[in-house]
Every structure is written in C-alpha cells, then in structure tokens.
Design a protein around this ligand. Structure first.
Ligand code: NDP
Ligand code: A1CAB
Length: 264
C-alpha cells in the first residue's frame, strides 16, 4: 500500500500518473486536509482519502508531497506510527534526508526524490538519493515506484539542489519560453491559436530531435542557423540581451533557494 501525503500540484500529478500506469486505486491512500479537494480526489480517482496518521499506519511506502515548510510538522505528527520496515520518500525541495531523519524514529529509511510535473503524462524526470538508512532495496523500490511516471536516475544527495533547479523547476522555464514566443507572434498580428499551435509543435519537435538524435544541442542549433539568415539574426539578439547569462543566473537562484529551504 502506498500513501501520498499532500495531493497538491506535484502529489496529484504523481497520483494521476501512477493510476494511469496501472496502479490500482485500492492500493493508494491519499491525505489531503481540504475537505472539498479531498472529495474531488475521491470522485476523480476512486482513492481513499484518510488522515495522515492513518495513512502512516496502513501504508508501507509513504510518498510525501507537502511544501517543505509543512513537512517537518507532518513528520513529527506521523513519526510515532512509522517503523523501520517502512519507506519514506519525500519530494520536497531542499529538505535533506538528514533533517527528515532527525524528525523520524531512528533507522527509518528516507529517500529524497525530485520529480517534475510531466509525471502526469508519464513523461516525468525524477532523481533519487538515499539517506543514512536506505539500502539498495529501498532505492530500487523508489525507482520502481517513480519509474511508473517517467525516467528515474540516482544521484548523490549533494546534487539534489542542482537537480531541483534544472529538472524540478525546468518545465516552468520551457513554459516561460513558450509563452514568450506565443506573445511575440500575437504582437506581430498572428491569431493566438495559430501562434500556440506553431510554438507547441516546435517545442515537441525540438524535444524529439534532442532525445532521439543523441546530438549535442549546439549541433542541432547550428543545423537551424543558415548562413546570413533569420536564426542567426535572432540568436545575435538573445546573446546581446544576455539570455544565456540570465538562464545560468536563474538556475543558480533556484539551486540557492533549494538550499535555503533545507532549514524549513
Ligand atoms: N510543483 C512542482 O513542479 C514540484 C514540486 N515539488 C515539491 O512538491 C511539494 C509540493 O509542491 P506543490 O505540489 O507545488 O505545492 P502545493 O501547495 O500544490 O501542494 C501541497 C499540498 O500539501 C497539502 N498539505 C498541506 N499540509 C498538509 C498536511 N498536514 N497533510 C497533508 N497534506 C497537506 C496542501 O493542501 P492544501 O492546499 O489543502 O493546504 C496541498 O494540497 C513541495 O515540497 C515541492 O518542493 C517537487 C518537484 C516538482
Ligand atoms: O518551485 C518549487 O519550489 C518546486 C520544486 C521544484 C519545482 N517546483
């Protein structure tokens, strides 16, 4: 039995993705404090919504998807019901396994995971890192569970804040670019629906090229950039405005914010 505690944006994406990939609703418990949202989850997914302490007593795997700021109070609440035979998987940004372990009984295995919202479509990217009490079987279990909603890689925990900044937050960067490109088309007089179609399929096609060609992005970009042409003119403007530096700074800011959240 799996319990998803915290069914907000990420928790619900994992829930929906897991159910779509064959997990039975009867094998998943959900904890959600807001009564209306709890009702929606029951109706939409056919899962049982229970208080956190009940979830902790009944499930062998606890998938925690609360905000980092709410997580430690939750661990203090459920800790007395969590034995060393359970597996705790947290997707919270920043919170280290050491901090979480210190709010649970000694020896409870904790995996820190960082998924992203495309998990909803079975296209997630998740990195997992083990804590002081996790063995290979625990990481296998976490990988198998999160692998139902996309790809999983294992990293050392020292890389988790960078993972959070790149693939955890990453979908938002691409949506930001998509939004900007659509607005540029609309500003030039194109109907919004046409601009949205052009941008959506361009992102899908570019992603497929990147995934399937195995080429470095520079090589793919060069193939688009005809000598003396339009792409070269556009790229010159992106460089002039420091977009490369802006992205690097943005990703560093996300990494630093993840580190700050460790103290939540
Ligand atoms: N969004 C994303 O793309 C990603 C998020 N994450 C991580 O996932 C976590 C959740 O983020 P996100 O989904 O964006 O945030 P949300 O605010 O959408 O979700 C948090 C959920 O936790 C619920 N909650 C709060 N307190 C409790 C409690 N005591 N017991 C059970 N549930 C509770 C909230 O309920 P209510 O709204 O009713 O208060 C809400 O549904 C964060 O730690 C974040 O770092 C990780 C990777 C990607
Ligand atoms: O914005 C956040 O803090 C979370 C973590 C990664 C993506 N969303």
């Amino acid at each position: 039995m799996i319990a998803i505690i915290g069914a907000g944006k990420m928790g619900e994406a994992l829930l929906a993705g897991m159910l779509a990939k064959g997990h039975a609703p009867g094998d998943v418990l959900v904890t959600e404090p807001r009564v209306e949202h709890a009702g929606e989850l029951r109706r939409r997914y056919g899962v049982e919504v229970v208080p956190a302490q009940d979830a902790a007593k009944r499930a062998d795997t606890l998938l925690l998807a609360l905000k980092p700021q709410d997580m430690l109070a939750l661990l203090d609440e459920i800790g007395p019901h969590v034995g060393t035979d359970r597996l705790v998987i947290s997707v919270a940004a920043g919170l280290t396994t050491a901090v979480m372990e210190s709010h649970l009984p000694a020896g409870v295995p904790v995996v820190r995971a960082m998924p992203n919202t495309p998990a909803l479509m079975g296209q997630g990217m998740t990195a997992v890192a083990g804590g002081a009490h996790t063995g290979a079987a625990h990481l296998d279990r976490a990988e198998q569970l999160l692998g139902t909603v996309g790809e999983v890689i294992r990293v050392g925990e020292q890389h988790m804040d960078t993972v959070t900044a790149i693939s955890g937050s990453g979908p938002a960067y691409f949506y930001f670019i998509a939004e900007t490109m659509i607005e540029a088309g609309v500003a030039m007089g194109m109907p919004r629906a046409t601009a949205q179609k052009l941008v959506g399929q361009t992102i899908t096609g570019a992603a497929a090229m990147l995934a399937e060609s195995g080429e470095h992005p520079v090589v793919l970009r060069e193939a688009v950039t005809s000598p003396g042409g339009t792409t070269a003119a556009a790229l010159r403007e992106l460089e002039r405005h420091g977009v490369r530096t802006a992205f690097t700074d943005a990703i560093e800011a996300a990494r630093d914010r993840s580190r700050e959240l460790s103290g939540s």
